[in-house]
Design a protein around this ligand. Sequence first.
Ligand code: NAD
Ligand code: DAU
Length: 352
Amino acid sequence: RFDGITIFVTGGAGFIGSAVIRHLLADTGARVVNIDKLTYAANLDSLPGVSSHPRYVFAQQCIGEGAGLRALFETYQPDAVMNLAAESHVDRSIDGPAEFIQTNVVGTFTLLQEALRHWRALTPASRARFRFLHVSTDEVFGSLGTSGSFSEDTAYAPNSPYSASKASSDHLVRAWRETYDLPTMVTNCSNNYGPYHFPEKLIPHMIIRGLAGEPLPVYGDGGNVRDWLYVADHAEALTLVLEHGKVGETYNIGARCERTNLDVVGRICDLLDEISPGAPERRGLINFVADRPGHDLRYAMDPGKIERELGWRPREDFESGLAKTVRWFCNNRTWWQNILDRGYRSTRIGLG
Ligand code: NAD
Ligand code: DAU
């Protein structure tokens, strides 16, 4: 699988990008070039033992900076690009949208331009093989009511600066295929969780605060619904799309695993009580706080297309995946303590 192939993974020091790199190095013969600017969300500790791997290269590089990208394309001559570099946190996009426009829109545009320049210079055979896989989110579809799910044909209706910037990037990728023939594909995935998840996101945030016996800030009434997927299952889905996906297509990825935020936080409390007992019970720490502005009520992905056409199925169910994740955070305190010690800015973190 992918023997002799070189893959650029942008954002490879982030949560999902690092899972993709661990997966590619372990399960394929690809050479991987990790292109990451190393923002606050990056962590090379999420790639333990990888820096000395013979098929791994790291380049600290912003996807919005064309000259540096061009040099990387010329040096490594990739057969594929997997674009995961992004500003990813919705609350930050509300507090400061500029960086989201810069990286998610201008950065994706710059990367597309350099990929196109590289692709045009390839031999016809290499050009036919080349793929640009853009990794996106279910949030581009906006919010669902109490029923229904998102399909690949659902109209885009993003509600946050983050999702609007991701929607813009998806449209750019589509246009570069339609206008310039660049062989692109787009995936839209639901909420990921698992090891190495950055502490500002719901699940790690609650685990870390629960371990410390601190209040657990649930936005609004906790009734918002997210559709959860274990990160390793996402990494395998992306690998399959890169390998067998059809150029010009989009694929929705999800595990049909809807949970209210309150259910998720309650389950984390129970798991912490089992794994790391402390009195009183953690459910007592749940604290309802001011809601996120424009908070999408419910996401639910219909992954029927990737299941039918590529045979993808998630391996992890939510109960075992969440238990694994809670245990991972309990056993890998140095990984997240180092992040907390470096400090990270967010106005909503620690609410309540
Ligand atoms: P993350 O915030 O954990 O990691 C993002 C990575 O991108 C970081 O390593 C960061 O340094 C890098 N980066 C940011 N700006 C950059 C730039 N200008 N140039 C180069 N590198 C840059 O994000 P994540 O949760 O791993 O998400 C990865 C991708 O998957 C994003 O595109 C996100 O929109 C998408 N996605 C995430 C989820 C989820 O639940 N986390 C779900 C669906 C889709
Ligand atoms: O749906 C995919 C998206 O999932 C990705 O595109 C984003 O990059 C990723 O960050 C994630 O976005 P969410 O906004 O869904 O994730 P977050 O972890 O920020 O919040 C999950 C839910 O939990 C959301 O309804 C808000 C709520 N929440 C979050 C935090 C951090 C709380 O109630 N309390 C909190 O402290």
